[in-house]
Ligand binder design. Structure first.
Ligand SMILES: [Zn+2]
Length: 237
């Protein structure tokens, strides 16, 4: 099982660890700060240094068992890498920080719309959330104003946990139907934006909404009869 350092500290940019397994297209490490694709958030990119050689990480994914994390490397020839080799790693921090700002923005959108989200994708500069609005009216300009008001309030964002049993009793906490939190570990990680939004989420987030900076709702499109797609972007990338 890869130790997921990003779960507790989303701000760690470098880490030392060891190689646990070498695959055809990448490596599994004992611990990592690289976030794997999931929950609508893309996998991290960055660099691994192994035996003084640099390897470019082009994507990060869960292994089939979901316990291990695979750092997908650009190099075709990984024959120089051995199990137990020491690794120094560094994530592409500018990209990750944008993804953190965007992911926290998506939770702010959820706090302003009561309808169920049916899907979503966090992007580096633009993100989208689909809602089954059931007649709820959303105005693009008003949503932009309300989102920026929440950002200006500089609200703290904290990481917590809920037990599987508690979550089973409060299914309404899961705001996105397409992103079900992983059960079976006893607890599920939660993200709280103080007095604003609370939901199970494994993604990486900023510590305070002020870090997001100005947002703009760029699109409000019909996606099918009920569904509306809300797109938003960072004004200062
Ligand atoms: Zn989330």
């Amino acid at each position: 099982m890869t130790e997921k350092v990003f779960y507790q500290d989303s701000y760690q940019k470098t880490l030392g660890s060891e190689v646990v397994e070498v695959l055809d297209n990448g490596v599994i490490l004992a611990a990592t700060i690289f976030y794997p694709l999931g929950g609508g958030q893309p996998g991290d990119t960055g660099r691994l240094t192994i035996n003084t050689r640099d390897y470019r990480v082009v994507d990060t994914r869960y292994a089939d068992n979901r316990h291990n994390i695979v750092h997908i490397l650009e190099d075709d020839d990984l024959s120089a890498i051995q199990v137990d080799d020491k690794v120094d790693m560094e994530i592409d921090w500018q990209r990750r920080h944008r993804l953190m700002r965007m992911h926290t923005s998506m939770h702010l959108v959820c706090s302003l719309i009561s309808a169920q989200a049916t899907g979503g994708a966090v992007g580096e500069t633009e993100s989208r959330l689909d809602f089954d609005l059931q007649g709820e009216v959303v105005d693009k300009e008003q949503l932009t104003t309300d989102l920026n008001a929440l950002i200006d309030k500089a609200i703290p964002v904290t990481i917590g946990a809920i037990t599987d049993a508690e979550l089973d009793q409060k299914p309404e906490l899961v705001r996105t139907m397409s992103v079900q939190p992983p059960r079976g570990h006893g607890t599920v990680r939660t993200i709280t934006i103080e007095n604003t939004d609370y939901q199970p989420c494994g993604g990486t987030h900023v510590r305070n909404t002020a870090e997001i900076g100005e947002l703009v709702v760029t699109g409000l499109k019909n996606k099918g009869r009920q569904n509306k797609r809300i797109s938003l972007a960072l004004v200062e990338p």
